[in-house]
Write a protein that binds this ligand. Structure first.
Ligand code: DQA
Length: 154
């Protein structure tokens, strides 16, 4: 047990997982995704806290507070904010805690507007298209980075 702690943030509309466009986002509910995330974190020897908000400012506050709250990294699905929220981009850029951007769907294979992420350039990396497993891969990336073997930024 390393005692490391990760913060998993879900953005807008992800509270509707399970019933929201199941052909795109699958049938797992947010509670089920969070259970998978917690089980995977345990296997990695990490603790995890999962939070969801439909509000941009709340997500900004959680990002700003991540270091103070003792989180070693953030796995972040910004939902539609991915594509236009400069406030979230600035928050990710402002903090020292590494942030991995994740998406359930493959944002690069959908509508044109989803191909742009304003978050990705300031995140450690982006994982997209593996359903709930995107979050688990995000945790793997944080755990790997924390062991000092991450690839360089940029
Ligand atoms: C999403 C992709 C976004 O484009 C969309 O607005 C979401 C979910 C995903 O996880 O695939 O809300 O972030």
């Amino acid at each position: 047990m390393t005692g490391r702690k990760a913060l998993v943030l879900h953005g807008p509309n992800l509270n509707l997982l399970g019933t929201r466009e199941p052909g795109v986002y699958g049938r797992a509910t947010l509670a089920e995704v969070d259970r998978m995330v917690r089980d995977h974190a345990r296997r990695l020897g990490w603790r995890v806290e999962c939070r969801q908000s439909n509000f941009e400012g709340q997500l900004v506050d959680w990002l700003q507070g991540a270091e103070r709250e003792g989180f070693a990294g953030v796995v972040f699905n910004p939902g539609a904010f991915t594509h236009y929220s400069l406030a979230l981009r600035d928050a990710v850029a402002a903090i020292r805690v590494p942030v991995v951007e994740v998406h359930l769907s493959n944002v690069h294979g959908r509508e044109e507007f989803r191909r742009q992420s304003v978050i990705a350039p300031v995140a450690r990396g982006q994982i997209s298209g593996f359903g709930p497993h995107s979050y688990l891969l995000g945790l793997d990336a944080l755990a790997r980075g924390a062991r000092g073997r991450s690839t360089p930024r940029g």
